[in-house]
Structure formats: C-alpha cells, structure tokens
Design a protein around this ligand. Structure first.
Ligand SMILES: [Fe+2]
Length: 343
C-alpha cells in the first residue's frame, strides 16, 4: 500500500513540471489527465497559452523569411516548395541517401516497415550532400521561423516500406490527428516522388488555427481523454495526440488536402494542424529527409544561438532515444541494425 504512495510522491514534481512543458500524456500524468481540472479548463488554457506564445515568437522572428512564406504558413499551416534543390545537387543527395550505410532503427506501423536514421551533426560529416542541405540557408531560415524557436530541427532519413512482409501492428499514422496540444513543426524533403502508390501525406489546410470551434473540440476531447478503462472511446486519446473524425472535420468546416508531389519537394507543416499518412496502394517505398522541431511551448523566448542550441537538443534527444530504445528493443517493437535501407 505504501509503495505506490511513495512512488507517487516522488513523481509529483515531475508531473508538475510537465504541466509547464510539452508534456501531453493524459495517461501517464494524472494532473494533465485529471477530469476535474480539465472540466475547469486546464487543457484549453494550455492550448490557448501555447498558441499565443507561438504567435508572439513568430512575430519577432518574421524577418527570417519572406512575407509570402509567412502568409502561407499562417494561413494554411504549411509551406510547400517544389524543386527545392538545384536538380544536379538533388540527384547527388538521392545517390548519397540511397547508398546510406549506418545505424538504422526499424519498426512496424500497420503493414509499413518504417526505417529511420538519426543524422546528428557528427554523422552528417560523413554525408556531404546531406550536410549541404542542412546548411542551406533557405531551409535553415524557414525551419527556424516555422518552429518559432529560431533553432534548426533534428534531422533523420526516413525510409518507408509499404506493404512489407511483416506481421501487421496498429498504425497510429493512418488516423487523422494532431500531434500534440501546441504548435510545432515537422518537415520533409521528398527523395522519392509521392502518389497514391506510396502513401501521400494528407493535411487539413487551416486546421492549425485556434478557432472557437477548434477550442470547443479540444475541450470535448480533453474530457474524453480523461476517461479510464471501458469508458474511454477507442483511439489514441491517452497520449494527447487527439484523433479527429470526418464528421468533426466537416463540422469545423475543413477539407483535407492530399500531397501527391514530385521528388525534390520540401514540405514544412505545423502538426498541431490535422494530418495523417495516406493509404499506400502498392508495395512501394517512400524516402524523405525528415525534420522535427519540438520545444517547450510555454517558453516565450527563442534561442539567440541557433547552432549550439540545436547541438544541445541533438545531444539530449540522443540520450532520450537511447532510453526509449531499451524498452522497444526488449519488447520486440523495434529492431536496430547497422546497414542499408531496404529499397
Ligand atoms: Fe502526426
């Protein structure tokens, strides 16, 4: 009886800190997941505060990008650039990434085998074309602005093998969802062309905006996510990545857009907006340079030292990944290997 109580005492400071950071789990954090606190508006207050600070930081970082890009990002929730790299440079990058050999994490989502390589600044030293992309000032400025944190993102190579010969598992990517309760960005430079055969990205333009309808929806979802056991509707509510139904989208007046795009297209999206991975109709591959920038939404400031802050985050995330690896490898959910991507 005393043991869980002591354990809970130990955890309270952490739970409280999470409340003022990017913590989003309604299951693991009993404060975030408290029905009564959310009934009183805890979740919606976090959403409003995070959104306001995001807009404030974007305003200050506006000089980083052109007015047209800012308009696109604020109105649609994403920026799309076709033919991002000069053709010759892009072909060299394709060759380099297709011949990548190194550390790969591999796991199954649905019938998709997802392979990812975490490309730290040290690893990038061995891949000059990727290094040149990361150091491209157009990309650097876009991502530093869109993240609202003035910090370059974490970089990965992601290779999806659709309809792979695997035992299917639940697929969190196929349901329309928002990644979390606050604005944050992910980016993709498509190495393969994308169409219905290899699962296009689907995004709901404008769904990143905090409208009154969205706020009411957030409130309802937060109460749903607090339910326990059989009372909880199926879906991934517990981790704070709320799922949205077609009916909810229609009620909020939204229309999803499917991104069938040629190779060498850059897409940067605010994943507080609703999105999912579209169905892949054939056995196929989809490789991207994948970028992720998530930060404390309640810190009103952004860094003045982008490069060194990015390295500090890279180091910290490397440690977290190592810890996550241990659990996933032990459960058989993930396989790590040194080698090449399946193509
Ligand atoms: Fe997502």
């Amino acid at each position: 009886m005393a043991k869980p109580f002591v354990k809970a005492l130990w955890k309270w400071p952490q739970w409280l800190l999470e409340l003022f950071s990017w913590g989003k789990s309604f299951k693991n954090n009993p404060i975030i997941g408290s029905y009564w606190l959310n009934r009183c508006g805890l979740h919606v207050m976090r959403v409003i505060l995070a959104q306001s600070l995001f807009r404030f930081r974007l305003l200050l970082l506006a000089p980083l990008v052109a007015a047209g890009d800012r308009r696109d990002f604020l109105r649609n929730g994403y920026i799309l650039r076709k033919d991002f790299l000069p053709e010759e440079q892009f072909q060299c990058l394709v060759l380099e990434l297709q011949n990548y050999e190194g550390q790969v994490r591999e796991f199954v989502e649905g019938t998709t085998l997802t392979q990812r390589a975490f490309m730290t600044h040290r690893v990038r030293e061995q891949f000059p074309e990727l290094k040149a992309l990361v150091e491209d000032s157009r990309l650097d400025r876009l991502v530093r602005y869109c993240s609202s944190k003035n910090r370059p993102p974490l970089f990965y190579i992601e290779n999806l093998c659709n309809h792979a010969n695997v035992t299917p598992r639940p697929d969190p990517q196929r349901d329309m969802h928002a990644d979390t309760f606050h604005p944050c960005v992910k980016g993709w430079l498509y190495i393969d062309p994308v169409d219905d055969s290899n699962g296009p990205y689907i995004y709901v333009p404008g769904s990143h905006c905090l409208t009154w309808r969205r706020l009411k929806w957030e409130y309802r979802q937060s109460l749903e996510a607090c339910k326990r056991g059989d009372a909880r509707a199926p879906g991934r509510y517990w981790d704070g990545s709320f799922r949205v139904t077609e009916r909810d989208l229609a009620e909020m007046g939204f229309q999803p857009r499917k991104f069938c795009v040629p190779a060498n297209t850059l897409l940067i999206g605010n994943v507080y907006g609703f999105h999912c991975r579209g169905e892949a109709k054939a056995r196929s591959h989809r490789m991207t340079v994948w970028m992720q920038a998530r930060d404390n939404p309640f810190n009103p400031l952004f860094t003045l030292w982008p490069k060194s802050t990015a390295r500090a985050f890279e180091w910290g995330w490397g440690k977290v990944l190592g810890r996550l690896d241990r659990g996933k490898l032990a459960s058989g959910e993930q396989r790590n290997f040194v080698g090449r991507f399946s193509r």
